[in-house]
Ligand binder design. Structure first.
Ligand code: SAM
Length: 240
Protein backbone atom coordinates (compact mmCIF):
# COMPACT_ATOMS: atom_id res chain seq x y z
CA UNK A 1 0.00 0.00 0.00
CA UNK A 2 1.09 3.57 -0.71
CA UNK A 3 0.09 6.43 1.61
CA UNK A 4 0.73 10.10 0.85
CA UNK A 5 0.01 12.78 3.44
CA UNK A 6 -0.18 16.47 2.56
CA UNK A 7 0.13 18.90 5.46
CA UNK A 8 1.62 22.25 6.44
CA UNK A 9 3.21 20.51 9.45
CA UNK A 10 5.17 17.50 8.12
CA UNK A 11 6.89 17.07 11.52
CA UNK A 12 3.50 16.23 13.03
CA UNK A 13 3.56 12.97 11.07
CA UNK A 14 6.87 11.88 12.66
CA UNK A 15 5.19 8.93 14.46
CA UNK A 16 4.67 7.28 11.06
CA UNK A 17 8.35 6.30 11.38
CA UNK A 18 7.82 4.51 14.70
CA UNK A 19 6.64 1.19 16.07
CA UNK A 20 4.76 -1.21 13.81
CA UNK A 21 4.06 1.40 11.13
CA UNK A 22 7.79 2.11 10.94
CA UNK A 23 8.46 -1.63 10.75
CA UNK A 24 5.88 -2.07 7.98
CA UNK A 25 7.65 0.68 6.03
CA UNK A 26 11.07 -0.83 6.63
CA UNK A 27 9.89 -4.25 5.46
CA UNK A 28 8.35 -2.85 2.27
CA UNK A 29 4.71 -3.62 3.18
CA UNK A 30 3.98 0.09 3.24
CA UNK A 31 5.30 3.06 1.34
CA UNK A 32 4.69 6.49 2.94
CA UNK A 33 5.32 9.99 1.63
CA UNK A 34 4.77 13.07 3.81
CA UNK A 35 4.59 16.29 1.80
CA UNK A 36 4.66 19.95 2.79
CA UNK A 37 1.73 21.70 1.10
CA UNK A 38 3.87 24.84 0.83
CA UNK A 39 6.00 23.03 -1.79
CA UNK A 40 3.13 23.83 -4.16
CA UNK A 41 2.96 27.57 -3.41
CA UNK A 42 4.61 30.15 -5.66
CA UNK A 43 4.68 33.39 -3.68
CA UNK A 44 7.47 34.59 -1.44
CA UNK A 45 5.38 34.05 1.70
CA UNK A 46 4.37 30.52 0.64
CA UNK A 47 0.74 31.40 1.35
CA UNK A 48 -1.77 28.59 1.83
CA UNK A 49 -4.75 30.48 3.33
CA UNK A 50 -6.98 33.48 2.85
CA UNK A 51 -10.07 35.09 4.37
CA UNK A 52 -13.41 33.36 3.83
CA UNK A 53 -15.82 34.53 1.15
CA UNK A 54 -19.00 35.69 2.88
CA UNK A 55 -17.05 36.93 5.89
CA UNK A 56 -16.66 35.34 9.27
CA UNK A 57 -13.79 34.43 11.56
CA UNK A 58 -10.68 32.46 10.67
CA UNK A 59 -8.99 31.63 7.39
CA UNK A 60 -9.67 29.05 4.68
CA UNK A 61 -7.05 27.01 2.81
CA UNK A 62 -6.70 28.29 -0.75
CA UNK A 63 -7.42 25.82 -3.54
CA UNK A 64 -4.37 26.38 -5.79
CA UNK A 65 -1.66 24.59 -3.74
CA UNK A 66 -4.05 21.74 -2.98
CA UNK A 67 -4.91 21.40 -6.68
CA UNK A 68 -1.24 21.18 -7.65
CA UNK A 69 -0.46 18.76 -4.81
CA UNK A 70 -3.24 16.41 -5.87
CA UNK A 71 -2.27 16.70 -9.55
CA UNK A 72 1.25 15.58 -8.60
CA UNK A 73 0.34 12.83 -6.14
CA UNK A 74 -2.67 11.28 -7.88
CA UNK A 75 -1.07 10.98 -11.31
CA UNK A 76 -1.06 7.16 -11.04
CA UNK A 77 -4.87 7.21 -11.42
CA UNK A 78 -5.46 4.68 -8.62
CA UNK A 79 -5.66 6.89 -5.56
CA UNK A 80 -8.46 7.52 -3.08
CA UNK A 81 -8.49 10.87 -1.30
CA UNK A 82 -9.23 10.88 2.43
CA UNK A 83 -10.01 14.24 4.02
CA UNK A 84 -10.27 14.43 7.81
CA UNK A 85 -13.02 16.83 8.86
CA UNK A 86 -15.47 17.01 11.75
CA UNK A 87 -18.15 17.19 9.04
CA UNK A 88 -17.28 13.74 7.64
CA UNK A 89 -18.57 10.22 8.24
CA UNK A 90 -17.47 8.95 11.64
CA UNK A 91 -14.42 6.69 11.39
CA UNK A 92 -15.03 3.03 12.20
CA UNK A 93 -13.38 -0.37 11.98
CA UNK A 94 -15.53 -1.09 8.92
CA UNK A 95 -14.14 1.99 7.17
CA UNK A 96 -10.61 1.02 8.28
CA UNK A 97 -11.08 -2.35 6.51
CA UNK A 98 -12.40 -0.60 3.40
CA UNK A 99 -9.44 1.79 3.26
CA UNK A 100 -6.94 -1.00 4.00
CA UNK A 101 -8.01 -2.66 0.73
CA UNK A 102 -6.99 0.40 -1.35
CA UNK A 103 -3.63 0.41 -3.14
CA UNK A 104 -3.06 4.16 -2.69
CA UNK A 105 -4.46 6.66 -0.18
CA UNK A 106 -3.84 10.39 -0.19
CA UNK A 107 -4.62 12.24 3.04
CA UNK A 108 -5.29 15.99 2.93
CA UNK A 109 -4.74 17.62 6.33
CA UNK A 110 -6.86 20.71 6.76
CA UNK A 111 -6.00 23.57 9.13
CA UNK A 112 -7.75 26.84 10.04
CA UNK A 113 -11.44 26.67 8.97
CA UNK A 114 -10.69 23.88 6.52
CA UNK A 115 -10.00 23.49 2.78
CA UNK A 116 -11.83 25.41 0.03
CA UNK A 117 -14.74 23.14 -0.95
CA UNK A 118 -13.83 23.30 -4.65
CA UNK A 119 -10.71 21.20 -3.99
CA UNK A 120 -12.85 18.28 -2.83
CA UNK A 121 -15.47 18.79 -5.56
CA UNK A 122 -12.81 18.86 -8.27
CA UNK A 123 -10.92 15.87 -6.83
CA UNK A 124 -14.19 13.89 -6.81
CA UNK A 125 -14.33 14.16 -10.60
CA UNK A 126 -11.23 11.98 -10.87
CA UNK A 127 -10.94 9.84 -7.73
CA UNK A 128 -13.06 8.63 -4.81
CA UNK A 129 -13.12 11.21 -2.02
CA UNK A 130 -14.00 10.24 1.56
CA UNK A 131 -14.46 12.84 4.28
CA UNK A 132 -13.81 11.26 7.67
CA UNK A 133 -14.44 12.51 11.20
CA UNK A 134 -12.74 11.08 14.27
CA UNK A 135 -15.78 12.01 16.36
CA UNK A 136 -18.02 14.82 17.44
CA UNK A 137 -15.36 17.28 18.55
CA UNK A 138 -13.03 19.72 16.79
CA UNK A 139 -9.22 19.43 16.54
CA UNK A 140 -6.71 22.08 15.42
CA UNK A 141 -5.88 20.16 12.26
CA UNK A 142 -6.14 16.91 10.33
CA UNK A 143 -2.67 15.56 11.25
CA UNK A 144 -3.66 13.75 14.44
CA UNK A 145 -6.70 12.32 12.66
CA UNK A 146 -4.41 10.98 9.92
CA UNK A 147 -2.20 9.29 12.50
CA UNK A 148 -5.24 7.60 14.04
CA UNK A 149 -6.69 6.52 10.71
CA UNK A 150 -3.31 5.26 9.43
CA UNK A 151 -2.71 3.22 12.58
CA UNK A 152 -6.12 1.56 12.31
CA UNK A 153 -5.55 0.79 8.63
CA UNK A 154 -1.95 -0.37 8.72
CA UNK A 155 -2.50 -2.95 11.46
CA UNK A 156 -5.04 -4.60 9.13
CA UNK A 157 -2.52 -5.03 6.29
CA UNK A 158 -1.48 -8.67 5.85
CA UNK A 159 1.94 -9.30 7.44
CA UNK A 160 1.97 -6.23 9.70
CA UNK A 161 0.86 -7.90 12.95
CA UNK A 162 3.10 -10.66 14.23
CA UNK A 163 0.02 -12.78 14.99
CA UNK A 164 -2.92 -12.04 12.69
CA UNK A 165 -5.20 -13.94 15.14
CA UNK A 166 -5.05 -10.78 17.27
CA UNK A 167 -7.53 -9.25 14.83
CA UNK A 168 -10.09 -12.06 15.07
CA UNK A 169 -11.85 -11.35 18.36
CA UNK A 170 -10.81 -7.82 19.20
CA UNK A 171 -13.27 -5.05 19.91
CA UNK A 172 -15.34 -4.04 16.85
CA UNK A 173 -14.27 -7.08 14.81
CA UNK A 174 -17.75 -8.59 15.08
CA UNK A 175 -19.81 -5.73 16.43
CA UNK A 176 -19.04 -6.37 20.11
CA UNK A 177 -16.32 -5.26 22.53
CA UNK A 178 -13.56 -7.66 23.55
CA UNK A 179 -13.77 -9.50 26.89
CA UNK A 180 -11.39 -8.34 29.68
CA UNK A 181 -7.86 -9.77 29.45
CA UNK A 182 -5.44 -11.00 32.17
CA UNK A 183 -1.83 -12.14 32.41
CA UNK A 184 0.60 -13.26 35.13
CA UNK A 185 0.86 -13.14 38.10
CA UNK A 186 -2.23 -15.16 39.09
CA UNK A 187 -2.66 -12.98 42.20
CA UNK A 188 -1.99 -9.23 42.25
CA UNK A 189 -2.84 -6.81 45.07
CA UNK A 190 -5.39 -9.26 46.42
CA UNK A 191 -7.06 -9.75 43.07
CA UNK A 192 -7.15 -13.07 41.29
CA UNK A 193 -7.80 -14.10 37.72
CA UNK A 194 -11.16 -15.71 36.78
CA UNK A 195 -10.67 -19.46 37.46
CA UNK A 196 -12.02 -20.43 34.08
CA UNK A 197 -9.08 -18.75 32.31
CA UNK A 198 -6.67 -21.04 34.15
CA UNK A 199 -8.71 -24.20 33.62
CA UNK A 200 -7.22 -25.22 30.27
CA UNK A 201 -10.75 -25.96 28.99
CA UNK A 202 -10.67 -24.09 25.71
CA UNK A 203 -14.35 -24.60 24.93
CA UNK A 204 -15.47 -23.11 28.24
CA UNK A 205 -12.91 -20.31 27.97
CA UNK A 206 -14.25 -19.37 24.54
CA UNK A 207 -17.80 -19.36 25.93
CA UNK A 208 -16.76 -17.24 28.94
CA UNK A 209 -15.08 -14.74 26.64
CA UNK A 210 -18.14 -14.54 24.44
CA UNK A 211 -20.41 -14.00 27.47
CA UNK A 212 -18.13 -11.30 28.85
CA UNK A 213 -17.93 -9.61 25.46
CA UNK A 214 -21.71 -9.47 25.20
CA UNK A 215 -22.16 -8.28 28.80
CA UNK A 216 -19.54 -5.58 28.41
CA UNK A 217 -21.08 -4.42 25.16
CA UNK A 218 -24.54 -4.31 26.77
CA UNK A 219 -23.21 -2.24 29.69
CA UNK A 220 -20.95 0.11 27.78
CA UNK A 221 -22.26 0.26 24.23
CA UNK A 222 -25.92 -0.73 24.05
CA UNK A 223 -25.98 0.99 20.63
CA UNK A 224 -23.59 -1.68 19.29
CA UNK A 225 -25.63 -4.49 20.80
CA UNK A 226 -28.84 -3.15 19.27
CA UNK A 227 -27.14 -3.08 15.86
CA UNK A 228 -25.91 -6.73 16.03
CA UNK A 229 -27.11 -8.99 13.24
CA UNK A 230 -29.40 -11.52 15.01
CA UNK A 231 -28.06 -14.16 12.60
CA UNK A 232 -24.67 -13.97 14.33
CA UNK A 233 -26.14 -14.88 17.75
CA UNK A 234 -26.37 -18.43 19.09
CA UNK A 235 -28.87 -19.81 21.65
CA UNK A 236 -26.65 -19.06 24.63
CA UNK A 237 -26.09 -15.47 23.40
CA UNK A 238 -29.83 -14.96 23.22
CA UNK A 239 -30.28 -16.35 26.75
CA UNK A 240 -27.96 -13.73 28.23
N1 SAM B 1 -14.38 24.86 10.56
C1 SAM B 1 -14.39 23.44 10.59
C2 SAM B 1 -15.76 22.94 10.99
O1 SAM B 1 -16.39 23.56 11.83
O2 SAM B 1 -16.20 21.89 10.48
C3 SAM B 1 -13.36 22.92 11.58
C4 SAM B 1 -11.95 23.15 11.14
S1 SAM B 1 -10.77 22.46 12.24
C5 SAM B 1 -10.43 23.78 13.28
C6 SAM B 1 -9.32 22.33 11.25
C7 SAM B 1 -9.06 20.96 10.67
O3 SAM B 1 -8.92 20.05 11.73
C8 SAM B 1 -10.13 20.38 9.79
O4 SAM B 1 -10.06 20.88 8.48
C9 SAM B 1 -9.80 18.92 9.86
O5 SAM B 1 -8.74 18.59 8.99
C10 SAM B 1 -9.29 18.75 11.28
N2 SAM B 1 -10.31 18.23 12.21
C11 SAM B 1 -10.88 18.91 13.23
N3 SAM B 1 -11.73 18.14 13.89
C12 SAM B 1 -11.71 16.93 13.32
C13 SAM B 1 -12.40 15.71 13.56
N4 SAM B 1 -13.30 15.58 14.53
N5 SAM B 1 -12.14 14.67 12.76
C14 SAM B 1 -11.25 14.78 11.75
N6 SAM B 1 -10.57 15.91 11.46
C15 SAM B 1 -10.79 16.98 12.24
Amino acid sequence: MRIDVVTIFPEYLGPLDLSLIGKARASGLLDVGVHDLRTWTHDVHRTVDDSPYGGGPGMVMRPEPWGEALDALASDGGARLVVPTPAGQVFSQALAHELAAEPHLIFACGRYEGIDQRVLDHAATRMPVTEVSLGDYVLFGGEVAVLVICEAIVRLLPGVLGNADSLADESHAHGVLEAPVYTKPPEWRGRGVPDILRSGDHGRIARWRRDQALLRTAQRRPDLLAALDPGTLDKRDLAL
